[in-house]
Write a protein that binds this ligand. Structure first.
Ligand SMILES: [Zn+2]
Length: 481
């Protein structure tokens, strides 16, 4: 055996040879080149390897050669124990070898993917949210070319190093990879935006508005969150289908034709009708959720804090609230930074597809409701309570107003400090909670009110059910409504 002195030179450097090109991934070694060059490399690897604690296993090593070089290869590698093939082998998750081999390899991959999708489809029949929630399944046929180009772009700096058999990895390469990744992401977003804009233009006007509302920041959080039950992010199949219908303006199945209030039943009507108190529940859920989070990061959090009565103070706006015993939704001490200042918040949830709002851009609606709330309370709170006032305005689709966004950013910041989690995690968790809260309330508005249900003969009279989705009578959908 040849003797080599132990050095700190990396094994890959000790094996460098102008007739062989190496690729290593952790302890997975690969080389390409002339047959005799490869034979030398293999022998050297065995001789040197043990000094590094590296013991190449011939039984797990393959030599891929062109058919016309097979005999020569057998001769060259006789006695080494290395298996020789003219077909190909799997290499780091890809296929290396003949056309037939790579095609067979890819076919197997595609079939395995298709089997998974079919299995997912079967699960989705009974558990659509568990199967599809949090997944963006794209059509690989329409994306594969672009994905391949992106992969080539991102890896080109590394490929150049491998081709040159360069052993050092410089900061420039890292920078080149990082900027290639950013460029790929930018191009992807641009392509998505273009497709979305073209699609949107081809939609009917009503649907265009619904798509725009569903595209607002936060409005899709429920769809992209993993359906984790302990966070309240899991929907059963009926709720998931209703949620999709609401998002795309489709008509949910099994809706009654008439509401208990006597008017015709529609999705829009269900979002606004006060019968059963669902819009109030929707408002209260957001109020209570916000108060609960505030109590983690502020002191003296109150739900429905009473305001002091006026004693002759003058308020500018005619619409200002001057009532004795007026209450706001939530208050907390120390939210905006002042240790003793009380911050007051008032929640407003509106349905942007209601007939009275349909013609107004949603950005104007946010501004309008913020302004209305401010005129109603801000001066009184500033001058009488010596506190601050923030209106919290939500669309039923999950979008929020500018002020509300600033409020939740601050809340996420305080929460991230308190829970010692990154700001981005706190913010996306908050967005998900808001999104699910609004979604569940919307579904409750839709399904919670069941109009006159004919209870089967034993009772024989009309009964009103006001129940939330999930605890409806089992005969609900089959009843004659
Ligand atoms: Zn009604």
């Amino acid at each position: 055996m040849a003797m080599y002195s132990i050095s700190v030179t990396p094994l890959i450097a000790s094996l460098q040879d102008p007739h062989v090109a190496q690729v290593w991934f952790a302890d997975d070694a690969t080389a390409g080149g002339t047959l005799w060059g490869l034979h030398d490399w293999w022998c050297k690897l065995k001789d040197l390897g043990f000094m590094y604690g590296y013991f190449p296993n011939a039984a797990k090593t393959s030599l891929i050669v062109k058919p016309e070089r097979l005999d020569e290869a057998k001769q060259q590698f006789a006695g080494t124990g290395v298996s020789i093939t003219v077909e190909g082998k799997r290499h780091l998750g890809a296929a290396l070898g003949s056309r037939a081999f790579t095609e067979a390899y890819i076919t197997e991959k595609v079939e395995s993917w298709s089997r998974c999708v079919r299995r997912l489809v079967n699960i989705a029949k009974t558990h659509p949210h568990a199967a599809l929630g949090g997944l963006g399944i794209c059509d690989p046929k329409s994306h594969s070319d672009a994905e391949f180009d992106s992969s080539v772009k991102i890896t080109s700096a590394l490929v150049a190093l491998i081709v040159q058999q360069e052993l050092t990895f410089s900061i420039d390469t890292l920078e080149a990879q990082r900027s290639a990744k950013c460029e790929v992401v930018r191009m992807k977003h641009r392509a998505h935006d273009e497709v979305a804009a073209t699609l949107c233009q081809s939609l009917p006007v009503g649907l265009q508005r619904i798509v725009a509302l569903s595209s607002e920041k936060g409005a899709s959080s429920w769809l992209s969150a993993l359906p984790v039950e302990e966070h309240g992010f899991a929907l059963h199949k009926g709720a998931f289908r209703d949620a999709l219908c609401l998002r795309y303006g489709w008509l949910p199945s099994g809706l009654p034709t008439q509401c208990v209030c006597g008017q015709g039943f529609s999705v829009d009507h269900s979002m606004n009708c006060p019968t059963g108190g669902y819009p109030t529940l929707r408002h209260n859920e957001l109020r209570d959720f916000t108060a609960a989070i505030l109590s983690e990061v502020c002191t003296d959090v109150c739900v429905e804090p009473p305001l002091q009565s006026l004693s002759g103070e003058t308020l500018t706006y005619a619409t200002a609230n001057r009532e004795d015993g007026a209450r706001l939704d939530v208050s907390a001490v120390g939210f905006w930074g002042g240790h003793h200042q009380r911050a007051f918040f008032d929640v407003k949830v509106f349905n942007p597809t209601a007939s009275s709002y349909r013609a107004t851009p949603v950005a104007s609606l946010y501004r309008r409701f913020e302004k209305e709330k401010r005129r109603k309370y801000e001066q009184r709170i500033r001058e009488v309570e010596m506190g601050s006032f923030t209106p919290l305005v939500f669309s039923t689709f999950g979008g929020i107003s500018g002020c509300t966004s600033i409020f939740y950013k601050r809340l996420a910041y305080l929460l991230s400090l308190k829970r010692e989690v990154p700001y981005s995690s706190a913010m996306s968790w908050l967005r998900c909670r808001i999104s699910f809260s609004l979604l569940r309330s919307a579904i409750a508005c839709l399904r919670g009110r069941v109009p006159t249900v004919v209870v089967p003969s034993a009772i024989g009279h009309l009964t009103l059910y006001y129940q939330r989705v999930g605890c409806l009578p089992p005969n609900y959908l089959n009843c004659s409504l």
